[in-house]
Design a protein around this ligand. Structure first.
Ligand SMILES: Nc1ncnc2c1ncn2[C@@H]1O[C@H](COP(=O)(O)OP(=O)(O)OP(=O)(O)O)[C@@H](O)[C@H]1O
Ligand SMILES: [Mg+2]
Length: 243
């Protein structure tokens, strides 16, 4: 993709809803998402609404199948919900074309998914550079400071397939934060790491929050829950508790 294409993507991300920085990093309104298979219909999200302020870490908890990953994929624009509205830092992402959603995602979000977190053909460095380039925010000094914060300076030019699970998790967070996103989405970020790595990841979430960043973290971990500002509990696609 050339510079012009990237500029046009960045412009689409900022179009129609305005570019103003709002108080909310995320607004979710009455979100519905159904899955259809040959025999049955699963109501994965049934009217979910909440907000996340700038500088707030929010955990999403709930049993397996309660809708956590579905919620994150609708917020990220990877999936389009069947009803409702998602706004990221003042820009609506729902009811837009796939290319517009990808542009908003690149410009405003950092994402740590359960699997397939990094491009295997690219080194950690190039993964970070690409994330910045897509957001129009290339900054090599920021790569150095983030990679040192996750303790991977020695592994900067390593390829994801040659790294341990803990290293991959830390590298994924560095890549997700590379573009200084308004909103970080993490799906069980500490699910496969030891306690020491979990503590490092939590500290990174906290320093991102200190700089005004907002995150929504699907997790089962008590250590993560203890350090967030708010916990939203999902059950059968509905919020049953929020505090
Ligand atoms: N691609 C799909 N096709 C059909 N049904 C799906 C699909 N993805 C998820 N579901 C169903 O939607 C519901 C919510 O799933 P989801 O993956 O969001 O749960 P989760 O809370 O993330 O669970 P886990 O803790 O196991 O990751 C479940 O009933 C699941 O079986
Ligand atoms: Mg899940």
């Amino acid at each position: 993709m050339g510079t012009e294409a990237r500029k046009s993507i960045a412009m689409q991300a900022d179009s129609d809803d305005g570019t103003r920085k709002t108080r909310f990093a995320l607004e979710v309104r009455d979100l519905y998402r159904f899955y259809h298979t040959a025999e049955e219909e699963t109501l994965a999200l049934r009217g979910v609404s909440f907000e996340v302020k700038n500088g707030e870490l929010v955990a999403i908890m709930g049993p397996s199948g309660s809708g956590k990953s579905t919620l994150l994929s609708c917020i990220s624009g990877i999936a389009e919900p069947d009803g409702g509205c998602v706004t990221i830092a003042g820009v609506r992402i729902t009811r837009k074309t796939e290319i517009e959603r990808a542009a908003i995602r690149a410009a405003k979000m950092g994402i740590m998914l359960q699997s397939g977190r990094l491009f295997d053909q690219l080194s950690v460095y190039d993964n970070m550079l690409m994330k910045m380039w897509l957001a129009g925010k290339v900054n090599r000094k920021r790569i150095d400071s983030l990679i040192s914060a996750v303790g991977l300076t020695e592994r900067l030019h390593a390829f994801p397939s040659r790294m341990s699970g803990g290293e991959t998790a830390r590298a994924s967070l560095a890549v997700a934060l590379a573009s200084d996103p308004d909103l970080l989405l993490a799906d069980e970020p500490t699910g496969e790491v030891d306690e020491a790595t979990e503590e490092e990841l939590i500290r990174l979430f906290e320093s991102y929050r200190e700089n005004g960043g907002a995150a929504i973290i699907a997790t089962h971990s008590d250590s993560v829950i203890a350090r967030v500002d708010r916990v939203i509990r999902l059950h059968d696609g509905r919020i049953i508790d929020e505090k």
